[in-house]
Design a protein. Structure first.
Length: 367
């Protein structure tokens, strides 16, 4: 089911005696979700992800704009008539019902012709339970389950009606790291198996990058960029997106372009074409540094962290916006920690330039 958001806006009026300012939680959001895709809605806390999801679900009414499922304008439909499945961070299971009764619940609520027979209901409940592999837990109460198991029950409950659209709001946030990884792979598998168009909300860039066909990056209610995860990582359109994706995050410097060279402080670190002389922000991905004895970019070495797969070199540079600069290099390199200084050359496609005012990306060609 293709989902279309057209100029979707949600304004929460300021309340109280000292009338607070209105909050525009979702600001003129327009995008299409292709049928059968999993979209990661990504951004920092408070950027409007849950509000967007709740507009799609019908739990909230938009201040302006339309929502379409396929050709169907669902903007004025109540949630129960939209054909959606919802999963929240806090599972929201009925504690006094067994797992089976919890999953059964949405079916029992169906009225008239939509209500399946008893046998059909049983079949659907076991199919949904099978998808998330909890057939062995059907007679337990939620209190007798681990967090991961509870979340699987919540997912089964959302799937049992075979929704047109599956909406997941930070579904993995309450799980520990290992379970989070496992459950996210499972959500991906289920989504592929069922082909249900899915919107997955998270503030965790790694989670969104790894699970999504496409990510939508939001800030302050406004969509910043939409694209395939790798494409957005490799071609961020502005400094916010560039900094938000990637771990360790991108290093940001104040620099300038002068006569075809990029300067950080007094050092010309890269030759480039197509960018006019100006002050810029320079973003360098941690993997964009290459250890080189006579490299053009020098930093003060603070320390080295061996992470198993690679080495993090922590250093300082006067042009850096952040207190430290972090370079990630392969373990086949050795860093002499006796040295005070360390020198790098830069990988040009891991270096990004941004306008100092608008923070929009400035494109250039490396020489
Ligand atoms: P996210 O899910 O990305 O963390 P939300 O969509 O929950 O963000 O919130 C977006 C903004 O809207 C925040 O500034 C939040 O404080 C505000 N907001 C959310 N719900 C309400 C509400 N019911 N009343 C007023 N403001 C709200
Ligand atoms: Mg939220």
């Amino acid at each position: 089911m293709e989902v279309t958001l057209q100029n979707l806006t949600k304004k929460f009026p300021g309340r109280g005696r000292k009338k607070r300012e209105d909050v525009i939680a979702v600001n003129d959001v327009t995008f299409k979700i292709p049928d059968g895709e999993l979209i990661g809605l990504l951004g920092p806390s408070g950027c409007g992800k849950s509000t967007t999801l709740n507009l799609i679900s019908g739990l909230l009414k938009p201040s302006a704009g339309r929502i379409l499922f396929g050709e169907d304008d669902v903007t004025d439909l109540p949630p129960e008539n939209r054909g959606i499945g919802l999963v929240f961070q806090n599972y929201a299971l009925y504690p006094h019902l067994t797992v089976k009764q919890n999953i059964l619940f949405p079916l029992q609520n169906l009225k008239g012709e939509a209500r399946p027979s008893r046998e059909e209901m049983q079949k659907k409940v076991y199919e949904a339970a099978g998808l998330v592999q909890i057939e062995d837990l059907m007679d337990r109460k939620p209190g007798e389950l681990s967090g991961g198991q509870q979340q699987r029950v919540a997912i089964a409950r959302a799937l049992v009606k075979m929704p047109r659209v599956l909406l997941l709001d930070e579904p993995l946030s309450n799980l520990d790291a290992r379970l989070r990884l496992q459950t996210r792979e499972e959500i991906r598998r289920i989504q592929r198996e069922t082909g249900i168009t899915t919107i997955f909300v998270t503030h965790d860039q790694e989670e969104a990058m790894s699970i999504s066909d496409r990510i939508v990056v939001m800030k302050d209610g406004i969509v910043q960029q939409i694209g395939r995860p790798q494409q957005v990582y490799d071609n961020p359109e502005n400094l916010f997106v560039a900094k938000f994706l990637g771990n360790p995050p991108m290093n940001v410097f104040e620099g300038r372009v002068k006569e075809g060279r990029l300067y950080l402080g007094e050092e010309a670190v890269l030759n480039l074409k197509g960018a006019a002389d100006r002050k810029v922000y320079v973003g360098i991905r941690p993997e964009g540094f290459v250890l080189q004895e006579k490299g053009p970019f020098s930093c003060e070495l603070s320390g080295v962290e061996v992470m198993g797969r690679d080495i993090s070199v922590v250093c300082k540079n006067a042009s850096s916006v952040n207190p430290t600069v972090r370079a990630v290099i392969g373990t086949d390199h050795e860093v002499d920690t006796e040295n005070d200084m360390i020198r790098f050359s830069l990988v040009s496609h891991k270096v990004f330039l941004f306008d100092r005012e608008t923070e929009e990306r400035i494109c250039f060609e490396a020489e």
